[in-house]
Design a protein around this ligand. Structure first.
Ligand code: 4GP
Length: 797
């Protein structure tokens, strides 16, 4: 597409789709017009992919996830369709600022963190690889809350990405699926009819997901809940306005908000309803599509692979069995076999409190037939394995992890260490019964968004050196290794990083009014705020470092900017205290005349995908400091490595594999191993001992206690200091000394800029394996048993 064709397409949509005269058009109008013009380019390719999938009777992959953290879509689409030049030139001709349009797009935050972002990377990689696939999620009206700070405290406001038209979706009113809850069951022999007492409708909204060079397009189908019976006109006419609107409002609550993950108690019932709503609608849609092509349900596992992203859609097993057995008349055992061979399950966490359970009373009331089927599935599983002690329904609860495991042919962990730990902890018993079921698929991230799009300076330097093959074969990044030996090239690598840091410094100055030195170490910890991720370990080290600088301000310190980003769940008080402490520290330290040249603390609010795209390219140091054995994988660690940040980290999650690939000498390792953590935890008084043995740690804790950071309320962080001194489940104190040591190694290494640049470049060169293309190929081979389709021709540049 030429620039002038693009310009005409934009103007056409401005006038005929948006009904705006160019003379009065605002940023929003131009962004929408541009989005529609780009979307038009995608549609034919998207259709073509679907047509081929049907024509060739391809197996389809269905990715069921309660979260898709997709972020903004415009730049993604422009880059993958290779329309950058045409768009730039067209907008120049129209005198419209491209970056302003990009910034105007709402960030679709339909997820909480890693699990949701992984789903988004997977969708993009599936499309890039030409794998016929479909993502199923919920079209939450309000995504993850918007975070702001008031006096350093986190304040949550509703996020409202749908208050404007969503440019990328197509509404499918004809795809409307009835979903029931409650009611009663009438058993007829082995089978049953379920008569729900409450009904609503799941309506589909489709967003095309286009792969690199537009070679293939898949669909992200998001369900919106709608009332079965609309507005009650009779009541309205009687003047009972609120009651007339009530059924509608109730039905709509189901897709209204994204739940903070299941560490929380709140809204349990609504959460379970969301899960069933999402899963039942998706399974029905899958069966409908299958039956439009084939008439033998036994073929299902050959033609469809259903991946459940964590336990949230784990009711898929019983629901599929219900359809096959109750509705289609298939024998029960055969139905279980077919369902199991179709479904596979990804586990994302080892935190026991995050493994979902539902009380049998609630489950029995909302899903009476499913409750019966779960008992029969357990019964069959006991017979198959000759054992009585592993049941999904146990101790008055339904254990969704166990249900997911029993109803899947493969269960996977998301990094090598996590997968091994699954076998010895959460799924120990099940693993002994099914030793072939657990497999590993180490996570990955899409190099299109997380290098090509977010870091154009580095991306073009790489492409200039080795061509653009790396964009869809990220392993090719290793071809830059010979260039790393060339000092002139390395200077350019360092210059690209520096320019990114200058951009970020300017943004920090403009938006937060904090001046930071672009020559300082940009030390970044971005992720949800959680004790296991240990932002407080980083904060304690920051305090200790600040104190040492104060002791001796002229000792030639290596300047640092500590950058934090992340949200704390609204009712996770401890995490919110960590956020406030960081902000309180920032206030005190950034205005300290003795130290502020050497140490700044910056915590931009509302960390989301777009902010990640801004921060990651500017990072020198990536903080991956979770308690070993707690972080399943991490994916931020991969993005930062790819963008040339060196990691300071524990042997946890994918850090282990990152370190192996980039080389131990290019990674700052510290801390106990998962085994050591378990052993140390069993020792009484481990925290007190660690504090007694490290005067820096003791002094940093004392500083918090003394109220230096909260003079108006000295006891503000009592719960943090008490917890760390006496309990410290996440081993912050026991790992402090070694973390301090590693941080000083970082300082020393940074004083040799050439060597630092070399290490950084080697991180980029060796991070290609962490592409989600590699991960998806792994799922295709080991779990889905499927091939990619021959792709549509490349979109021309
Ligand atoms: C996350 C894990 O905490 C993270 O280690 C992993 O990289 C990511 O999933 C993707 O696999 N888990 C969640 C969650 O986001 O909500 O449990």
């Amino acid at each position: 597409m030429t620039a002038s064709e693009m310009k005409n397409a934009i103007l056409h949509h401005l006038v005929y789709t948006l009904g705006k005269d160019a003379a009065h058009a605002k940023t929003y109008d131009w962004r929408m017009a541009l989005s529609f013009a780009v979307r038009d380019q995608i549609v034919d390719r998207w259709f073509e992919a679907t047509r081929r999938t049907y024509a060739e009777h391809r197996k389809r992959v269905y990715y069921l996830s309660l979260e898709f953290l997709i972020g903004r879509l415009l730049k993604d689409a422009v880059i993958n369709m290779r329309l950058e030049e045409a768009v730039q030139d067209a907008l120049d001709a129209l005198k419209i600022d491209w970056h302003e349009l990009l910034e105007d797009e709402p960030d679709a935050a339909l997820g909480n963190g890693g699990l949701g972002r992984l789903a988004a990377c997977f969708m993009e990689s599936q499309a890039t690889l030409g794998l016929p696939a479909m993502g199923y999620g919920i079209r939450y009206e309000h995504g993850l809350f918007r975070q702001s700070f008031e006096d350093g405290r986190q304040v949550e406001e509703p996020e409202d990405w749908l208050s404007q038209t969503h440019a990328w979706e197509f509404v499918r009113p004809e795809v409307a699926i009835d979903i029931g809850f409650g009611g009663h069951v009438q058993e007829i022999g082995s089978r049953a009819n379920w008569y729900p007492s409450e009904m609503l409708i799941a309506m589909a909204h489709d967003t095309p997901v286009i792969g690199w060079k537009g070679r293939w397009g898949n669909t992200l189908r998001l369900w919106e809940s709608r009332p079965m019976h609309g507005f009650d006109l009779a009541r309205f006419n009687r003047g009972d306005y609120a009651a007339a609107a009530e059924p509608e409002a109730l039905a709509r609550t189901l897709s209204r908000v994204l739940y903070p993950d299941d560490h929380t108690e709140q809204g349990k019932e609504l959460r379970l309803k969301q899960e069933f709503f999402h899963t039942a609608a998706s399974i029905r849609d899958i069966i409908r599509r299958f039956e439009s092509e084939y008439d033998d349900l036994k073929l299902l596992p050959k033609k469809a692979a259903i991946q459940i992203n964590d336990t949230h859609p784990a009711i898929a097993g019983p629901e599929l069995v219900r359809i096959l057995h109750d509705e289609r008349g298939m024998d029960f055992e055969e139905a279980v076999g077919i369902a199991r061979n179709t479904i596979s399950y990804t586990n994302h966490t080892l935190l026991p409190e995050a493994l979902e359970t539902w009380g049998e009373a609630r489950m029995g009331r909302l899903l009476p037939r499913h409750m019966q089927l779960i008992d029969r599935i357990d019964d069959l599983h006991r017979r198959e394995t000759g054992t009585g002690h592993v049941n999904a329904h146990q101790d008055g609860k339904v254990h969704m992890g166990t249900l997911g495991f029993i109803m899947a042919h493969k269960v996977n962990g998301v990094a090598a260490l996590h997968t091994e730990l699954q076998k010895t902890t959460v799924f120990k018993d099940l693993h002994e019964l099914h030793p072939d079921r657990i497999v590993n698929q180490t996570n990955g991230v899409t190099p299109r968004r997380w290098l090509l799009s977010c870091n154009p300076r580095l991306a073009s330097l790489i492409t200039e050196g080795i061509g653009d093959g790396w964009v869809d074969h990220a392993e090719d990044l290793e071809k830059i290794e010979p260039l790393v030996a060339d000092p002139a090239w390395l200077d350019r690598y360092a210059a690209a990083k520096k320019a990114n840091k200058v951009d970020l410094s300017n943004w920090i100055a403009e938006t937060m009014e904090i001046g930071v030195d672009p020559d300082a170490i940009f030390d970044i910890q971005v992720k949800r705020i959680h004790e296991y991720k240990r932002q407080h370990l980083n904060l304690l080290e920051t305090i200790a470092h600040w104190q040492e600088i104060r002791d001796n301000p002229n000792a030639g310190w290596v300047p640092r900017v500590k950058i934090f980003g992340g949200k704390a769940f609204p009712n996770y008080i401890y995490a919110k205290d960590m956020v406030r402490l960081a902000n309180d520290m920032a206030r005190v330290m950034n205005s300290d005349p003795l130290t502020s040249r050497y140490l700044k603390v910056v915590f931009p609010p509302n960390y989301n995908v777009s902010l990640a795209e801004r921060l990651i390219p500017a990072a020198d140091l990536s903080e991956q400091i979770s308690t070993a054995g707690k972080e399943a994988s991490g994916t931020g660690n991969m993005k930062l490595t790819l963008n040339g940040a060196l990691t300071i980290g524990t042997l946890d999650g994918a850090n282990v594999e990152i370190r192996e690939l980039v080389g131990a000498e290019n990674f700052f390792l510290f801390g106990m191993t998962a085994e050591e953590v378990m052993a140390r935890r069993a020792e009484a008084g481990h925290a007190a001992r660690a504090i007694a043995e490290d005067h820096r740690l003791a002094r940093a804790l004392e500083a918090i206690r003394s109220g230096i950071f909260s003079p108006d309320e000295p006891g503000r962080y009592h719960s943090i200091t008490e917890n760390l001194s006496h309990h410290d489940y996440f081993m912050v104190c026991s790992d402090f000394t070694d973390y301090w040591r590693a941080q000083r190694e970082v300082d020393t290494a940074f004083t040799d800029p050439k060597d630092w640049a070399r290490k950084a470049a080697l991180n980029t060169a060796r991070a290609g394996w962490f592409s989600s293309d590699r991960t998806i190929r792994g799922y295709m081979k080991d779990i889905w048993h499927t091939d990619a389709a021959p792709q549509v021709a490349d979109a021309a540049e």
